[in-house]
Design a protein. Sequence first.
Length: 545
Amino acid sequence: MTNELNRRTFLTYVGTGVTALTVASTGLGVLVPGAEAKGSEAAAQLFGFNKKVSGLKFTPIQPSTKDDLVLPEGYQYDVVAAFGDVINEKGDTFGFNNDFTMYFPINGSSRGLLWVNHEYVSDLWVTGQPDHNGKYSKSQIEKMLYNQGGSVIEVYRDANGVWKLDPTSRHSRRITGLTPIELTGAARGSKAIGNVNVVQGTFANCSGGKTLWNNVLSAEENYEDTAGPSGLNENHYGWIVEVDPFDASFAPRKHTALGRFHHENAAMGLTNDNRIVVYMGDDKRDACVYKFISKNKYVPSLGRQNSKLLEEGTLYAANLSKGTWVALTIDAVREAAKDKKDLLDKFQTQADVLVYASDAAILLGATPTDRPEDVEISPFDKTVFIAHTNNSNHGNIHGHITRFIEDGDDLGALTFDFEIFACGGRQSGFSAPDNLTFDSEGNLWTVTDISSSSVNKGVFKTFQNNGVFVIPTTGTNIGEAFQFASAPIEAELTGPSFTEDETTLFIAVQHPGEESKDYNKPTSMWPHRKGDKIPRPAVVAIRGF
Ligand code: FEO
Ligand code: CA
Ligand code: CA
Ligand code: CA
């Protein structure tokens, strides 16, 4: 790409209201008389606009089929915690298939708590196969439930700068499929969830987010796979769960006001009038993009008490044809369902709308999209990036990243425009974008999720193993993907998160060797621990930034 922004990009910026800042800092100031030098300086300071892509400070790697986490020259990784590792003096162990990570500093970027989601288990490495009737034994179900949920682990850098787990930590603990979890919001105690206020456990914890008051939001995704075999009520799962990593006395809670679907993530921001907004993906083919807006305003001085904001508000789903956010209310649903007895029976209260949120969204005209997974709000211009992973139902094999531009740059707006920011495929070098995170230079760090059964085969061969790609959202290389990492065999890299000073990137290496059929012949042996006989999902800390 040349130094000039193309017309499409230029028009995008004109629409965002950050025109002055962006255009001035990308050298198009002459075209826009209103561009202000002051804004340009502010942007350069905040986001390092003077830096070109070399400012990313790495030489992109080539795709790889190696059974390792391959990084650019000068970077290295420490395995911080792997499946089965003891995390505290009580003897709790690190769960399987780690996903979302979030670092909470205790002593800056050298010691802190790391929250890690655990998404699902494997019959080969965790539970053992069900019996010939497809049933799991009681102890198999216990293993299935224990190894999902989340881990709080205390991590630190030793004298050599190596990241390690501190198994003597008083903070380290597990939240599992066996932990009692409170419900909040309109569906708490409602008929649709069996009139209960507390449910058993959380599982299928995929990605998540961080609240403005430093708690974790963990997203329950493919809950059926565990609720079914465990004989648990499916309506108790598929929610967003809030946990305080530092304080076990804060009861973990599922916020039903944020709706029930196959939650991928929860990206929190503020509306222009200081209400809480949470953007969420529903990881299914032909599923909608959501946002929740709290009824009341955020008051920073109230700290964790702001959690109450997640108990009352409005859940919206996006209609991309009209550029509108559709409110999912019982009145609207019943009006739309007025000639259909089965739907009128199903939707009687707002609790029913929350429990069956994805059905309500489609009923109200929200747009089915191509597996909306992670969502991130750009810290630069408040546009909203959505990873649409793929959708083989209608030929979107490599997926794309969609960018919403909320009207007036207000995350509380009920109207928006959008563009396709980047597309998977041979031309871009990536396929199946999944988790996203921003660095402070406005680069979008994107991990890919080509399924284990497809990776390195057919039309996916060109990409080789899954990877991490860095895509600038500003500057001369906007929209171009540069490969930063390549995953071990059949693994997916998930949950990237930086320490605040961006000297370390935590990443969860999920399901290495997932296609193994024989316990004694694993297709991957990552992380290649001496004397170990199986591959293990593990969280790593990447250094060298
Ligand atoms: Fe758990 Fe949508 O990936
Ligand atoms: Ca995902
Ligand atoms: Ca993310
Ligand atoms: Ca995934």
